[in-house]
Design a protein around this ligand. Structure first.
Ligand code: NAP
Length: 292
């Protein structure tokens, strides 16, 4: 399974996009802790469904607006599952209004959840990931943060802020083997978009003529988090596949080829690249070309 032995935290896992991501990660073998704010009942139902799928998950009511609660969610994950490989910052809210009608509290509610919440969760996870020397953080931003949306100055600002947070943190922690990415979905069919006033107007702008589905976003997230640059020592065996078992990509395989050539002062023809799938094959190739 793509994410076997990986541990993920998903914020706002009780509904919409977060819920779809939780199930997708579970179906790909990850262990998942998800957070929520109010939906105790949905959290219970999701945990039961996951049990039925023979997956491992935990849910925790933790308000991402508060750093101590974010920390509690991360500590719970480490206590239960031993590490944190993946953080999906997803919990978000909207409070749409024209600026002239928007109360300062409505501005702050959205900024505190959608932007400070992402900061709180990333901060709570980062030392654990730095010690592991691996991790992936995916921030669910929005098209609103890229192009701006009327009646959403609070939400568009928070979502644009998440992009800044993503780019800055990515540069800060790349050397620790931690990747930080953002995705910016368009309109997705969830509770958040149910009450949208300009729904018909927005539909006209979408080439497919429909809102996206939460499962479609989850598929993108799975691809992003699957490329975790991490090799667990006990997984390295002569037969372990570089790509499937050890998580390498073709660039890394190329680098291996280059180091072998340098070390043994030999020239391996490029067509042999596809043969380098595991350590046994490396040894065979070196043997073959050293003799020549
Ligand atoms: P949703 O259906 O309204 O679900 C929101 C989730 O966030 C719920 O699980 C909710 O928990 C949780 N949550 C809200 N405030 C929280 C807090 N303070 N602490 C912890 N959890 C909290 O939203 P969605 O449409 O799936 O959106 C998810 C993310 O995608 C958001 O960041 C949103 O900005 C982004 N996005 C959405 C769309 C879209 O069109 N829907 C498009 C682009 C980006 P409870 O169930 O307990 O309330």
């Amino acid at each position: 399974m793509l994410l076997k032995s990986k541990v993920a935290i998903v914020t706002g896992g009780t509904r919409g996009i977060g819920r779809a991501i939780v199930f997708d990660l579970i179906q790909n073998g990850a262990k998942v802790l998800f957070t929520y704010l109010k939906s105790d009942e949905s959290a219970g139902i999701i945990l039961d469904e996951i049990k039925g799928l023979k997956g491992e998950a935990e849910a925790i009511k933790a308000d991402v607006r508060l750093y101590d609660e974010a920390k509690k969610a991360v500590e719970e994950t480490v206590n239960r599952f031993g590490k944190v490989d993946i953080l999906v910052n997803n919990a978000g809210i909207t409070k749409d209004k024209a600026l002239m009608m928007m109360e300062p509290s409505e501005w702050l509610d959205v900024i505190n959840t959608d932007l400070t919440g992402y900061f709180n969760m990333a901060k709570a996870c980062i030392v654990t990931m730095m010690k592991q020397k691996s991790g992936v953080i995916v921030n669910i931003s929005s098209i609103a943060g890229v192009v701006g949306m009327p009646r959403q100055v609070n939400y568009s600002s928070a979502k644009a802020g998440e992009l800044g947070l993503t780019k800055s943190l990515a540069k800060e922690v790349a050397s620790y083997g931690i990747r930080v990415n953002a995705v910016a979905p368009g309109f997705i069919d969830t509770d958040m978009t149910k009450e949208l006033k300009q729904k018909d107007e927005f539909l006209k702008m979408i080439p497919f003529g429909r809102f996206g589905k939460p499962e479609e976003v989850a598929k993108v997230i799975k691809k992003l988090v699957a490329e975790i640059v991490e090799v667990e020592i006990d997984k390295i065996t002569p037969e372990a596949s570089f790509v499937e078992d050890l998580g390498m990509d073709s660039m890394m395989v190329l680098e291996i080829l280059a180091s072998i050539e340098k070390k043994y002062k030999l020239r391996i023809p490029e067509e042999n690249l596809t043969k380098i799938t595991n350590l046994s094959k490396v040894v065979e190739l070196v043997d073959e070309f050293l003799v020549k």
